[in-house]
Design a protein around this ligand. Sequence first.
Ligand code: HEC
Ligand SMILES: [Cu+2]
Length: 475
Amino acid sequence: MKTQLKLVAAGLASAVLAMSHVTAATPSETALPTITQELLAPPLLPPPITRKTPAKVVVNLTVEEVEREIAPGTRYTFWTFGGTVPGKMIRVREGDTVELHLLNLPDNKLPHNIDLHAVTGPGGGAAQTLIAPGNEATFTFKALNPGLYVYHCATAPVGMHVANGMYGMILVEPKEGMAPVDREYYVMQGDFYTNGAYRAPGLQGFDMQKAIDEKPTYVVFNGADGALTGANALTAKANEKVRMYFGVGGPNITSSFHVIGAIFDRVYTEGGNHYQENVQTTMVPAGGSTIVEFTPRVPGNLTLVDHSLTRAFNKGAIGLLAVSGPDRPEIYSKGIKKPLAGAVAAAPAAAKPAVAKPAPVVADRAQQLRGKAVYDSNCSACHQPDGKGVAGVFPPLANSDFFQQRPYEMAHIVLNGRNGEIVVNGEHYNGVMPPQDLSDDDIAAVINYVGVELNKGTPAVTPAQVRDMRKSRQP
Ligand code: HEC
Ligand SMILES: [Cu+2]
């Protein structure tokens, strides 16, 4: 701890030293036109650069320590560049001089700094910008190399500052500019380590041991489970050229970045100059980036994932790109399903006697939101985002007569799984639903969400009742 404080003190001293050099600009630099960088919240980013000559770009980046949701109903204290995770994207042109102002707000609790991978020079600006709360550091560098670069806080313990959300990207456009596209998006993956389990409710603290063991509780896009799903989904029209600036803040977990339902026409591997064509999945290291380009041709949801799939389906690394446009059956047909010749649907098993139905329960708005989030990430893959299921494979949860007849018992199914013959809305199913590894709160929330939103019913189960069901199933 003492050494750490000494390091901070030394860093502060060097920051003060560095600041005194700021005014020493060369004559040619003074002649440069000055532009103030526009900073937008991700997934947006500053527009393409149309300038053909260098400029001095002034970037005012504010470090903000903010408490907000990491998952529906779960809060976390993020440390951010510009109030967002990832930090606001910086966009300059090769040969520009960047005058970076880092402001550490007086209400913050810790010293912070910035190391930009686009900088040529030791530490990438870390020493020059190390400041305590209530200070501003200024530091100038020339963007010599084009590319897409990660920036991050480099204050000890560095892994912890990055794990709390302190990363973003700076795009240095090549002198000749970039080919125009129809849509650009800015997405970064990061791993988070909380004391509680995935989606445990309430305010969660940082778990250093989990971080050291590289066992993240969350792996998410843009700083939260659900940051790019539901109402926050990215959008595009069919036949639009989409370019995504994708990076991994880490601190630890690399990404097997994939978009389900799309093929990357071009991947600028590792954020560099050269591109590979026709790629399905691209590997992005922690502290690294990629630029992917693709053109959706048919309507529907494309799903962004880390193809290390339990991160996607059990830790949050899922995003959606909602594509609108006319159907194109010659590219993507609806398909036909029919039973094999000779296969006969077996008779439905008799419904088990109902569990004693308890008194009516109430579900508040927060529980419904939580239920929707649980549904989107745990149920929609099989029962479909709209709850209509897949005929003959996954039964519907929306307007399901089976569900409506005994909503309370459905919590048993989620808790324990189900298999064997089942008839829903007159259709036969004979599949396996695995038990869902969810908390009592999540199970109650998702059942009530399905009951209220997808079946126009009333809330049927409380977390305490789920807890009792769980107890009674254990010997
Ligand atoms: C891996 C795929 C899968 C996932 C994920 C899944 N289910 Fe199921 N679910 C099934 C299958 C298959 C059945 C039918 C089982 C059978 O044939 O007995 C089923 C049946 C059901 C039923 C009873 C039938 C009906 O349509 O009303 C309910 C209720 C249900 N699931 C709820 C959920 C909820 C809530 C979640 C999310 C927490 C979920 N399921 C996640 C596959 C899945
Ligand atoms: Cu920091």
